[in-house]
Ligand binder design. Structure first.
Ligand code: NIG
Ligand code: FE
Length: 412
């Protein structure tokens, strides 16, 4: 038989494939060739002639798919600690946004930064995600709100993906907020997004998907729909910040356009949940933003579950509502705040997160044929990834079949 590049022995596998919640395969082994998983099963079933260039003794740890953070605003400049202070004195997120702060404050800082400065500011955030076993990360634009600055953000995201082993997918979020120069002219800004910015950035190969913020402090359903039409005309998948602060019917609108996912969803209605189910869209829940805004309206998890809507979990790493660069902490919050079972939360950063990025065919589960993005964890059960607070039990990371250390060795 052909030799393998890499063989893990003495591991338990949480495959997130099949019907059992973790897809558990105890006392397993997993083999990699040419960057892909080529064999997995019980170690006792390993073909006797099995040979690999490198063998890893997992010492009874758990091997999981590499974690996927499917919703981040990781590339940005500056921070909003001052706004945090104001909110602690009683100001609300919406009040600050309406007074010209919020997203616009980060837009000013991001417009003032060149591409190198954006990369330098963002790399430590990416390194922290990677140090916890993240092997794929989605990064949005949306703090430029003009062609040149949106381009710099997306180029910075691509540059981060080229200089680190992590896979980066980009999302154009030109319709994140109304830039100050368009005050009172939201429709004109949406026309600029659809007719100028999106086509140019798409032609430059900078856009993998398109997002918008459908909310009373952002864009209306009609404006959101215009963005979706422009995206679909270019063949780009769409997704949406929907029902975060109020019910605008965004999830149903996203579902009508075959969205990969709808995200936030604290104020999702029964009809919105049903529309997501019918469209097969993923519900991406962002417990960091829920926590940081002290939101009290819970996303309808039981309803989503009953309807069979796949649930993903992400950090929403951003300076305003979720300055969080720990997917492990997001997992814990999803369990404690949203009452997800640890197996559900973990499926939300593996199988369902891959699906939210349109990458379910080659990422997100341990199955023969999938890309060998893996994490080996020094835990007794996978639930421990959700259970600990501020503790990182990652032992080893594998990006496309290439081993990279963990702990201090994993910093970027
Ligand atoms: O996902 N909801 C809109 N966008 C971000 C927040 C952006 C910001 O406040 O800077 C979010 O919560
Ligand atoms: Fe977001």
């Amino acid at each position: 038989m052909a030799a393998w590049d890499l063989l893990f022995r003495r591991v338990h596998l949480a495959t997130f494939a099949g019907s059992e919640p973790y897809g558990t395969l105890r006392d397993g082994a997993l083999a990699v060739r040419a960057g892909r998983i080529v064999w997995l099963g019980a170690e006792r079933d390993l073909p006797r002639e099995a040979r690999a260039a490198q063998e890893i003794d997992g010492a009874g740890g758990w091997l999981l798919p590499g974690l996927i953070d499917c919703h981040t605003h990781l590339v940005h400049a500056g921070n909003r600690a001052r706004e945090f202070e104001l909110r602690l004195q009683g100001a609300s997120y919406e009040e600050i946004a309406r007074a010209g702060g919020g997203i616009r404050a980060t837009v000013a800082a991001t417009r003032a930064a060149d591409e190198a400065a954006l990369v330098a500011a963002s790399r430590p955030r990416l390194a922290r995600l990677m140090a916890e076993g993240v092997t794929t990360v989605e990064i949005k634009s949306g703090y430029g709100l003009e062609l040149s600055a949106e381009r710099r953000m997306l180029r910075a995201a691509r540059a981060l993906g080229e200089t680190a082993p992590v896979r980066v997918t980009t999302t154009f979020l030109g319709a994140h907020a109304l830039p100050p120069e368009y005050d009172g002219r939201a429709d004109a800004y949406i026309a600029e997004v659809c007719d100028v910015m999106l086509p140019a950035l798409y032609r430059e190969g900078l856009v993998d998907a398109v997002d918008a913020f459908c909310e009373r402090i952002a864009f209306s359903p009609a404006q959101t729909e215009a963005v979706f039409r422009a995206a679909r005309a270019l063949g780009l998948p769409v997704r949406l910040h929907a029902e975060q602060l109020s019910d605008s019917g965004g999830a149903a609108l996203a579902a009508r356009h075959g969205a990969l996912c709808a995200d936030h969803l604290e104020h999702l209605s029964e009809a919105g949940a049903a529309a997501l189910a019918a469209a097969g869209s993923v519900a991406v829940l962002l417990p960091g933003a829920f926590y940081f805004l002290r939101e009290t309206h819970l996303p309808p998890v039981a309803r989503l579950r009953a309807l069979g809507v796949p649930i993903a979990i992400a950090t929403d790493c951003n300076p305003g509502t979720s300055p969080l660069s720990s997917l492990l902490l997001a997992l814990n919050m999803a369990c404690v705040l949203f009452r997800l079972a640890p197996a559900e939360a973990l499926a939300g950063v593996t199988r369902n997160a891959a699906r939210a990025l349109g990458r379910g065919d080659d990422l997100g589960t341990l199955e023969a044929g999938k890309l060998a993005d893996l994490g080996l964890w020094n835990v007794d059960t996978p639930a421990e990834l959700c259970y600990h607070l501020g503790y990182n039990p990652l032992a080893l990371r594998v990006f496309g079949g290439q081993i990279s250390g963990a702990g201090d060795a994993a910093q970027g």
